[in-house]
Design a protein around this ligand. Structure first.
Ligand SMILES: Cc1cc2nc3c(=O)[nH]c(=O)nc-3n(C[C@H](O)[C@H](O)[C@H](O)COP(=O)(O)O)c2cc1C
Length: 201
């Protein structure tokens, strides 16, 4: 089983990178092969809503989005890790998500499978926010679910922590990395991922 980590934070030594790595280690402990891509290092143009994809299902732009899709096509499981920025996904990740529009056209308008290969794919969302609040993750989660659904990736749960702001501070909270590790194990074991309610101190 192949697990792809999509690291969405633009920050070096980021909390979500560390949690994603823990989830991938969990998956690897169950025999999975893992691979990571960092969205912030990729060159992905923003969707221009030119509607070219409406006819063919193909995007006019040639850039690193094709690489992202190829990696997803080769994966059985996806761990998408991204912090909360202004109540949603970081702009780099949102740009990647918006470029799934041509796959939305394929799936919902042209009625063809969005991705090559017929394997079952499942996706875990790993996130943190610096603040607290009942609805802190709602916006990002809705976008991630739409992205996964468009690419026929079954949503398998979320690992989310509030009040996580300082760089790499999750390293001081082994309960957080432990939860991510277990979620990574469950992701490849076909069980629903554990999603404890986030702490609200
Ligand atoms: C541009 C920007 C916007 C942010 N917006 C929010 C926000 O709306 N809510 C929140 O709880 N934290 C917000 N944060 C804080 C980050 O979620 C927090 O620092 C987190 O730990 C970053 O995760 P990372 O280390 O994985 O990048 C924001 C940070 C930045 C840089």
């Amino acid at each position: 089983m192949r697990v792809l980590g999509i690291a969405g934070s633009p920050r070096f030594c980021s909390n979500t990178d560390i949690l994603m790595d823990a989830a991938l280690k969990g998956a690897a402990s169950k025999g999975a092969e893992t691979e990571v891509i960092h969205v912030a290092n990729l060159n992905i143009l923003a969707c221009s809503h030119c509607d070219a994809c409406l006819r063919s299902g193909n995007c006019m732009f040639t850039d690193d989005m094709q690489k992202v899709i190829k990696e997803i096509e080769q994966a059985d499981r996806i761990v998408l890790a991204a912090p909360i920025h202004f109540m949603g996904l970081p702009s780099q990740v949102k740009t990647m998500v918006d470029r799934a529009q041509s796959f939305w056209v394929k799936k919902y308008l042209l009625k063809v499978p969005p991705l090559a290969g017929s394997r079952e794919r499942k996706g875990l969302f790993v996130t943190v926010g610096g603040r607290t609040g009942e609805h802190l993750f709602d916006g990002a989660l809705a976008t991630v679910k739409a992205f996964f659904a468009t690419l026929d990736i079954k949503y398998a749960g979320m690992v989310a922590f509030q009040n996580v702001d300082a760089r790499a501070m999750v390293l001081d909270h082994p309960e957080m990395t432990d939860e991510a590790f277990i979620a990574g194990q469950k992701l490849v074991e076909d069980s629903p991922a554990v999603a404890r309610p986030p702490p609200t101190c």
